[in-house]
Design a protein around this ligand. Structure first.
Ligand code: VOV
Length: 245
């Protein structure tokens, strides 16, 4: 039986996608809209306080295309906190004007394919509990490692998997400074095995990286993908403009 892989797990992660019901939003009174916006900004303010005290992190992006209008990515030490945050949003005024488009539950994960790291190492801690970059663009998609016929990741020996992951890392490293990746594990938590969240200054780098990786064996033979979500940074100060009608 192939040796499994040991993971280090960090903050829990919720990707929460919402769609604005622009019709009912337009019909709302301006007082109601102002209330909804300021309440939402207060929620974000709380998240910012949490981030400053390094008890979690978050990212807010508008989504391009019809899959959603905006997304909230939340990292917290516990699953309970993720639930509290989503419930707080659901109870907010703004939620009355949005519908739920998609969500994804996972946990920040590092594997030991590249060797055993010391979990207490500050650098490792920083990767397990990352402060999300506020870069211009986000790209999120869930993925699996294939389990079909001759292409079954889970029957490969660990050495073989490590070799393929090493090549994967080498491709990724060429994008240092251009793309930051946060890999979250979701086996047992959600419908796919991993969530891939990428941040970039230049949106085109997502296409270049994801395309280049398609030729790595770990992706070409073993990668299966869900839907892709692509977004633009939504600063707290820009929330009123985004919701202005
Ligand atoms: C900036 C790009 C970049 C870089 C540098 C990078 C590096 C690395 C390293 C060194 C490691 C292994 C150690 C660890 O940290 O776990 C990983 C791990 C992983 N990756 Fe990755 N990845 C990137 C980027 C990157 C992308 C774009 C994708 C999506 C795949 C694609 O084809 O669309 C991805 C996926 C993953 C996954 C699903 C895992 C976990 C697999 C498992 O079986 O456990 N990843 N990744």
């Amino acid at each position: 039986m192939p040796e499994s892989v040991v993971t280090m797990d960090g903050w829990y992660c919720l990707h929460d996608f919402r769609t604005v019901d622009w019709t009912s939003w337009k019909y709302a009174s301006s007082e109601e809209r102002e209330l909804a916006i300021s309440e939402f900004q207060q929620l974000i303010g709380k998240w910012e306080d949490t981030e400053k005290s390094k008890q979690g992190s978050h990212a807010l992006y508008t989504v391009v295309g019809q899959k959603a209008d905006f997304m909230m990515m939340i990292l917290r030490p516990t699953m309970e906190e993720l639930n509290e945050i989503e419930t707080a949003f659901n109870k907010s005024k703004l939620a009355e004007f949005t519908t739920k488009s998609y969500s994804y539950v996972s946990v920040v994960e590092l594997s030991n394919y590249m060797g055993n790291a010391d979990e207490n190492d500050p650098e490792i801690q920083g990767r397990l509990k990352p402060i999300l970059p506020k870069w211009n663009h986000i790209c999120f998609y869930p993925m699996d490692k294939r389990r079909q016929g001759n292409d079954n990741w889970y029957v490969l020996e660990k050495d073989e998997r490590a070799k393929l992951m090493y090549a994967h890392g080498m491709t990724g490293r060429q994008y240092a400074g251009k793309i930051r990746q946060i890999i979250t594990g979701s086996i047992g938590f959600d419908d796919w095995e991993w969530g891939v969240t990428l941040f970039a200054h230049d949106v085109l780098q997502f296409k270049k990286l994801v395309y280049e990786m398609r030729f790595d064996e770990v992706t070409s033979r073993y990668g299966d993908f869900g839907s892709f979500y692509i977004g633009n940074l939504l600063k707290t100060s820009e929330v009123p403009q985004f919701l202005y009608v």
